[in-house]
Design a protein around this ligand. Structure first.
Ligand SMILES: [Fe+2]
Length: 467
């Protein structure tokens, strides 16, 4: 094995000869740092070994704790037909260790882990990154073609920007069904909800970005219990993995499909609050539905968290205040509103949908980049679901028709979009409540720039043209 200068420096500084030998024979395939409740830093390692690796924090070594083991879970009911489903094979251990916020350096298996600074000013935002293979929709993205499925390139370019934090707004796993024999573009792809599909759809293409910065991971609808919820809990939820919340048994989905919002302090009066909307429906929720109480409780907990900092960026998967577009066979384009489940439940508590103190909503789910600012009291909303998954290509208008709104009472002042273009967004903090948002293509080139001040934003381009 030939080590680069940086890697040799790491080993020379942090590891002795025994450690180097250990790193060389380690089965660790992925390491990353997740941001958890109150800014907790959780180191994770995925390994083919039958034991967890050690972690060295500021020179002190300890063995990481096993979070999830090697196991094959029997097939549970999923969103797919049983004929296109399989048991979930988990062939790796997921190991973890808490890293104190005071720690300066942490290393696992010869890799230095990316720890965020106390004040976070450079954030990469990506979303909707998996390669879509879904029989019911006859959707077969060409996972083997980096132009058709460019997540690895997007992740590498985003890593080169040197973020201090990565926010993924959800939907990681799209390879739900087998690639049909007549589809060369996805031939040979792993599929289902086990570790092999997660490696292909997430851990391997995301690796440069997992090495570059700590992650704030939002849960998408693709990570609900009836889809890829099992490995969501194993790999990406920052909280303890508890039996019954692991999505292994559908009888407990009313536990596994929900989790409490939490705050990641960004320093100097700002914070990122993440919430789990993975099981919200597109339409309104009725009061006798379990989701009514769950999402009203989520709202109350978000509101409590907003009191912890003057400025809150609120991130989830489903946009509350953005449009999506659909096109009829006649060619007519219809603008659809934001998520009905969240609008109905959050709106039953507060007709404005989100607590005061939220400056900006960050979401995915719609496979475009889109930004809206409102002349009403609603916070600006950005959608960043454009980082790898097959795009939504129905064009969004330069401006909605007069009176058109993504949510009752929200008055659109400005709208900007990039439809049918893959990439990522960067947020650079420029003031107490100010951010520069730069929309970038898969090479990292800026295609649009927006300035965010408080709860308003303005972008240079109303529509980014096709590449
Ligand atoms: Fe989604």
């Amino acid at each position: 094995m030939v080590l680069g200068a940086a890697a040799q420096g790491v080993l020379g500084l942090g590891f002795g000869a025994g450690d180097q030998a250990f790193a060389a024979r380690s089965g660790v395939s992925s390491t990353y740092v997740l941001m958890g409740e109150d800014g907790a830093r959780i180191a994770r390692a995925v390994t083919q070994d039958d034991h967890c690796p050690s972690i060295r924090i500021d020179g002190r070594a300890s063995v990481m704790t096993q979070r999830a083991g090697k196991v094959t879970e029997p097939l549970r009911p999923t969103r797919s037909d049983p004929s296109a489903s399989r048991p979930s094979v988990f062939d790796t251990l997921v190991c973890e260790a808490a890293v104190p916020t005071s720690a300066q350096r942490a290393e696992v298996a010869g890799r230095v882990l990316p720890l965020p600074p106390p004040v976070i000013e450079r954030i990469v935002v990506i979303g909707d990154t998996g390669c879509r293979i879904k029989l019911a929709d006859h959707a077969f993205q060409a996972c083997n073609d980096s132009k058709a499925y460019p997540f690895a390139q997007v992740a590498a370019a985003a890593a080169r920007w040197r973020p201090q934090l990565v926010l993924h707004v959800g939907d990681y796993l799209y390879r739900e069904n087998p690639c049909p024999a007549d589809q060369a573009g996805c031939a040979g792809s792993p599929w289902g909800y086990g570790d092999d599909a997660w490696r292909a759809d997430f851990l391997e293409p995301a690796d440069p970005l997992l090495k570059a910065a700590a992650w704030a991971a939002v849960r998408g609808n693709h990570e609900s219990c009836a889809r890829a919820g099992q490995d969501w809990w194993r790999l990406l939820d920052p909280r303890p993995l508890v039996a019954g919340r692991d999505c292994n048994d559908a009888a407990h989905d009313d536990e596994g499909d929900y989790s409490d919002p939490f705050a990641v302090p960004l320093g100097q009066g700002a914070q990122l609050v993440l919430f789990d909307s993975s099981n919200t429906p597109a339409g309104a929720v009725k009061p006798d539905d379990v989701r009514w109480a769950r999402y009203r409780d989520t709202y109350a907990k978000i509101e409590a968290l907003t009191h912890k900092a003057p400025h809150t960026l609120l991130a989830d998967h489903h946009p509350i205040l953005a449009f999506s577009a659909s096109q009829a066979k006649t060619g007519e384009i219809t603008l659809r509103p934001g998520n009905g489940g969240l609008q109905s439940t959050f709106g039953s508590v507060n007709p404005g949908f989100v607590p005061a103190g939220v400056d900006l909503l960050l979401s995915g789910h719609v496979h475009v980049w889109e930004a809206l600012s409102f002349s009403s009291a609603h916070p600006a909303q950005i959608v960043a679901g454009f980082s790898g998954t097959q795009e939504d290509i129905v064009p969004l208008p330069a401006a909605p028709a007069p009176g058109a709104t993504p949510a009752p009472g929200a008055v659109v002042a400005a709208m900007s979009s990039w439809v049918d273009g893959f990439g990522f967004m960067t947020l650079t903090r420029t003031g107490a409540d100010q951010w520069l948002a730069e929309v970038r293509d898969g090479d990292g080139k800026v295609v649009n720039t927006c300035r965010i001040q408080g709860s308003k934003l303005a972008c240079d381009k109303v529509q980014v043209p096709h590449a």
